[in-house]
Design a protein around this ligand. Structure first.
Ligand code: ATP
Ligand code: MN
Ligand code: MN
Ligand code: MN
Length: 282
């Protein structure tokens, strides 16, 4: 799609500039042009022209104050993260768009000869218009928040994989998390023949997660996949540690979401308090 075309149109020098923005974005909301000049040996004029071109492609957002500064857009950060995954030999080809939510854009890709899922995070991104209106976004730029969210999801998946039914994490770069493709459908899209069994399997997974010290944080019929073989949990950026402030409330909300869905859809009654006790008793 669009991302693939953008990717292919970028030249070596463009990648160097994006790399320099990535290296410096932790320290600057808008990376000053002199920092990029130092790393690319471009002249002021050459860099400005390049940055204008990248901005017209919506990969960066430039800002003139006392100096010229630049920041990644969601698209720019995503295409650069993809580049890193390709360079690391983790991704060979971009496939199709399979999901686009508030918080992410999800593609299929070919990774080491097999189909996989690539999720680009975009937590905290204001719209393009809002970026322009809002001069000071505070000390933590949304690009940094977004990379953190991706890292959190990757690390949680690594911790859970092998114990809890989640996609196998393959790699993480920037705002992109590469993981196993699960051939299954979202719970809300399927009509279950054995809803009691499936609910039991879900509670069992929540319990295993809890034993490993993790609370999902956004569990619902939208983030549970099901197929003939079982249930899978996805979407982990808001996961919490057991014992962390507020984690008990979040666990309760997770379980309540699931119980409400099974009551509404299948008429199954299961007591929330009792279920929570069962999860925590180990
Ligand atoms: P939301 O905005 O609903 O919270 P999200 O943007 O946080 O979603 P995910 O829920 O992780 O992102 O992924 C979006 C969609 O992409 C999922 O609902 C699912 O359909 C698909 N998807 C994500 N990961 C996988 C995977 N590993 N295997 C198969 N499909 C996946
Ligand atoms: Mn969500
Ligand atoms: Mn989701
Ligand atoms: Mn989500």
């Amino acid at each position: 799609r669009d991302l693939a075309n953008v990717y292919l149109s970028l030249k070596k020098l463009d990648w160097k500039i994006l790399e320099s923005i990535f290296k410096n974005m932790w320290d600057f909301e808008y990376v000053p042009s002199h920092a990029i000049i130092r790393e690319t040996n471009l002249s002021e004029e050459e860099l400005e022209a390049k940055l204008k071109k990248l901005a017209s492609m919506r990969l960066v957002e430039n800002k003139y104050t006392e100096y010229l500064g630049t920041a990644f857009t969601f698209k720019g950060l995503s295409v650069y993260s993809l580049k890193r995954l390709v360079a690391a030999g983790k991704v060979e080809q971009l496939g199709s768009l399979i999901g686009e939510g508030k918080e992410s854009v999800v593609y299929t890709v070919i990774s080491q000869g097999k189909e996989a899922v690539l999720k680009f995070h975009r937590v905290g991104y204001p719209s393009f218009k809002k970026v322009k209106e809002k001069r000071d976004y505070g000390t933590l730029h949304y690009t940094v928040l977004t990379v953190r969210s991706a890292r959190r999801e990757f690390q949680t998946l690594k911790r859970l994989y092998g114990h809890v039914s989640v996609p196998r994490p393959i790699a993480w770069e920037g705002n992109a998390v590469l993981m196993e493709l699960i051939d299954a459908k979202e719970l809300y899209k399927v009509k279950l023949e054995n809803p009691e069994d499936v609910l039991e399997m879900i509670i069992e997974e929540v319990k295993k997660m809890y034993e490993l010290g993790v609370v999902h944080g956004d569990l619902s019929q939208f983030n549970i996949l099901v197929n003939e073989e079982g249930v899978y949990f996805i979407d982990f950026p808001q996961s919490m540690e057991v014992g962390e402030d507020g984690s008990e409330e979040i666990l309760k909300r997770d379980v309540e979401n699931v119980l409400k869905y099974f009551k509404k859809t299948y008429g199954i009654e299961r007591d929330l308090k009792q279920t929570l006790e069962e999860i925590k008793k180990g």
